[in-house]
Design a protein. Structure first.
Length: 294
């Protein structure tokens, strides 16, 4: 495998990050996960807009232009023969000292991994997945802006460990106000009486690109789709539940803890939206990244 790091492609074995890099020492940096479909980077401009906005919010300077990073991602994908896969674009604070001071890191480290991805099997998109309720709360927005897609994912990892221990595919995390925030890697949607609902930005969520497209498609298909707070009990009693994300796309949740959701099978609305999303992939249409902080 070839890795693009600091302006050049190198063999995976030679792709090194300095042990004094603040991305490694403190999780100080930002990243994007981006899909490649049929050789085309999916929603690249929206993902880059989010990357630069995340960096701006933590005062991290990215020396590369959007055009340079787009070309680098394309180069990494082609070097690894990735026609349908996944790109991980990472920007760290760079090499500094053992102290926290980010001003002592003169230059960001940038690297790009292009590889295949399969979070869920195709069968699971038909049958749905089981998830659990995480005991771990989502990080409060006043502690860390949820619009920053940070390298510090420990909160998510602790939630993921809960799901692994319980045998679930994912864990749904609530915020300190008792409302559902998001899953460890995905945004959460419920369907109740034909209405499609997802938590608002103020619930402490990352504004996912796939989430944004799903809301757009739901409205185009004639569904009422709203951003609205709801609780884990609302999830349990929903007609349908599904998750959205770059890796997951749109996948049905058929069981929460010991409770079946709806009929216990992938629902009609979820299936319709998944099919519409996969058609959208081929359309070439671009969406704008909507930043809740603006």
């Amino acid at each position: 495998m070839k890795i693009w790091i600091n302006d050049k492609l190198v063999d995976q074995a030679d792709a090194h990050v300095n042990v004094f890099d603040h991305g490694l020492l403190y999780g100080d940096g930002v990243f994007e996960g981006i899909r490649v479909y049929n050789g085309t980077i999916f929603q690249g401009p929206a993902h880059l807009d989010r990357l630069y906005r995340s960096a701006e919010q933590i005062a991290l300077t990215i020396d590369h232009s959007r055009e340079q990073l787009t070309a680098a991602m394309d180069q990494a994908a082609k070097a690894n023969g990735v026609v349908n896969g996944y790109i991980r674009l990472v920007v760290t604070r760079g090499v500094g000292t053992l102290g926290l001071n980010p001003k002592l890191c003169p230059k960001a480290t940038v690297f790009i991994i292009a590889d295949t991805i399969a979070l869920y099997s195709e069968e699971m998109y038909a049958t749905g997945i089981n998830v659990i309720t995480a005991k771990r709360l989502r990080t409060h927005p006043e502690m860390l802006p949820p619009s920053v897609k940070s390298l510090n994912y420990l909160n998510n990892i602790l939630g993921k460990l809960e799901s692994i221990k319980a045998g679930g595919a994912e864990a749904i995390m609530s915020n300190s106000d008792g409302f559902v925030a998001e899953a460890t890697c995905d945004n959460v949607f419920i369907v109740k009486d034909g209405v499609v609902l997802t938590p608002p930005a103020e619930a402490g969520i990352l504004l996912g690109i796939t989430r944004q497209i799903t809301l757009l498609l739901a409205r185009r298909l004639g569904y009422e789709a709203r951003e609205e707070n709801f609780t884990i009990d609302d999830v349990r009693t929903a007609d349908e539940v599904f998750l959205t994300g770059t890796g997951a796309e749109i996948i049905s949740v058929v069981k929460l803890d010991e409770n079946s959701i709806g009929t216990g099978t992938a629902g009609a609305v979820t299936t319709t939206l998944l099919n519409a999303f996969r058609e959208f992939i081929t359309s070439g249409e671009q969406v704008d990244y909507v930043d809740s902080t603006e």
